[in-house]
Design a protein around this ligand. Structure first.
Ligand SMILES: [Zn+2]
Length: 445
């Protein structure tokens, strides 16, 4: 078992004394605040739940360790991942690091290798990484071209059952828009509904980049709305993932949702091109999205990796969408991990702390940090409709991450590899799975 920086009591009732919680992640807690927005508290745990959160120094010293102002976060929610693609890098490296290189490399690998056993091994490996890092909820997209959908969705269902109680697992379809013009759209929407998933697609046609607005876009998108409405499904879309200022499907989708009075939730991922559009276009899009109650998730590591990449030319922009402006308009905004060790992102480890740290740096979510910690915890949990996840509150499961750091500065400066993860009040084994386990599957020599 990997050693955390302290040994958590293995008892039904104990306390984490003298710890620090970001005030924004502990609704209802009342205690003296630090300059950088933490509350100094004692947390009482009983029968796997948070029994009380009181000012530091309140709880008797015999009831638990003095953690000397260590920071405690709730477990994370990762609302946008691709666990069916993860870890194929050794057998499917991106030849040039571009979006198009990713697209074609993944397509070839999918057709050659993605049987149920292959997907299950990589998917389960990914969940073990996420769990060890302190992630308790994950939504994955599943490549859902026929016949891949019939292979991948049953693997998801099996792993959702296997991981119940440890990681709340959700899934959304992802595929180009073309099949929605055929009977395949109905079959796929039925499959998604049967598995309790979200209906999703990318806002481009098969084999194309996110350049401009695809021909007949409104017809395709209308069909997606109709399929979702007929089955009461929410939407989870990959939108405008490029640096082309003419890629402007976001505003069209928002206006369509408002006009149709769409009752479901809509989560849009990426939305990169918005950041390179003129101010008037940005204003109009944000107004339409706020009115339609669109949620947005930014994927900062993947976006920075793919966007603005041209061989031999230094990238000139960060690739991320306008989270500050969206939040200022009252929209719910999150950050998520996206791809891990596949052609869309060569790196990553399903660690939402890393995602948050990178997001802070790439999107400047600091000075002040304010309520941005919610973007990796409370907000994605709310988007996933998990009201007891991603926040530290009395009565919630004691799903907590205790870190040696005492401030945002210390937290964001080191990896926190010795973090202690409590699930239902018990310290879990935070040993990460060994890459060697996947060698036979991904062809690592
Ligand atoms: Zn994605």
């Amino acid at each position: 078992m990997t050693a955390g920086f302290f040994e958590a009591p293995r008892a039904a009732e104990f306390a984490l004394r003298n710890v620090r919680v970001p005030a924004t992640l502990a609704p209802g807690a009342v205690a003296p605040a630090t300059q950088d927005g933490h509350l100094d508290v004692d947390i009482a745990i009983a029968s796997g739940r948070i029994a009380d959160i009181v000012p530091a120094g309140t709880i008797d010293v015999a009831r638990g360790p003095d953690l000397r102002r260590s920071v405690v976060w709730p477990t994370f929610a990762d609302v946008h991942t691709h666990l069916d693609k993860g870890h194929i890098w050794p057998r499917a490296a991106n030849p040039d690091g571009t979006f198009f290189g990713a697209l074609t490399t993944v397509m070839a690998d999918r057709q050659a290798n993605w049987n149920a056993a292959d997907i299950e091994a990589r998917f389960d490996f990914a969940l073990r990484c996420a769990y060890a890092h302190g992630v308790s909820a994950v939504r994955t997209h599943l490549d859902s071209f026929s016949p891949q959908a019939e292979i991948s969705w049953p693997v998801f269902a099996k792993l959702r059952d296997r991981w119940e109680g440890r990681i709340a697992l959700q899934a959304s379809s992802i595929l180009a828009m073309d099949p929605f013009a055929t009977g395949e759209g109905d079959r796929l929407a039925d499959l998604v509904a049967r598995h309790g998933g979200q209906l999703g697609c990318v806002t481009r046609l098969a084999g194309e980049d996110h350049v401009g607005v695809p021909a007949n876009f409104d017809d395709y998108m209308t069909r997606v709305f109709e399929l979702a409405e007929a089955r009461g499904l929410d939407l989870d879309l990959h939108v405008d993932e490029s640096g082309d200022p003419e890629a402007r499907t976001m505003i069209r989708i928002a206006r369509m949702a408002a006009k149709r009075k769409f009752k479901g939730a809509i989560l849009m991922g990426h939305c990169c091109s918005l950041a390179v559009q003129p101010d008037e276009a940005i204003e109009a899009t944000l107004a339409a999205c706020a009115e339609a109650r669109i949620d947005v998730v930014s994927l900062p590591m993947c976006n920075m990796y793919l966007q603005g990449r041209e061989g031999g030319r230094t990238p000139r922009w960060r690739g991320v969408t306008l989270l500050h402006e969206m939040k200022a308009r009252g929209m719910r905004v999150a950050v998520a991990g996206d791809n891990v060790r596949d052609p869309f992102y060569a790196y990553g480890d399903h660690d939402m702390l890393e995602t948050f740290v990178q997001a802070v740096r790439i999107l400047q979510l600091d000075h002040p940090m304010g309520d941005w910690p919610q973007a990796a915890t409370t907000t994605p949990a709310d988007i996933m409709k998990l009201p007891a996840t991603g926040r530290i509150a009395r009565g919630n499961p004691a799903d907590l991450i205790v870190m040696r750091a005492r401030s945002h500065s210390e937290l964001l400066s080191r990896r926190q590899s010795d973090r202690v993860v409590l699930r239902d009040g018990m310290a879990i084994d935070t040993t990460l799975p060994d890459y060697r386990e996947l060698d036979a599957i991904v062809g690592m020599k």
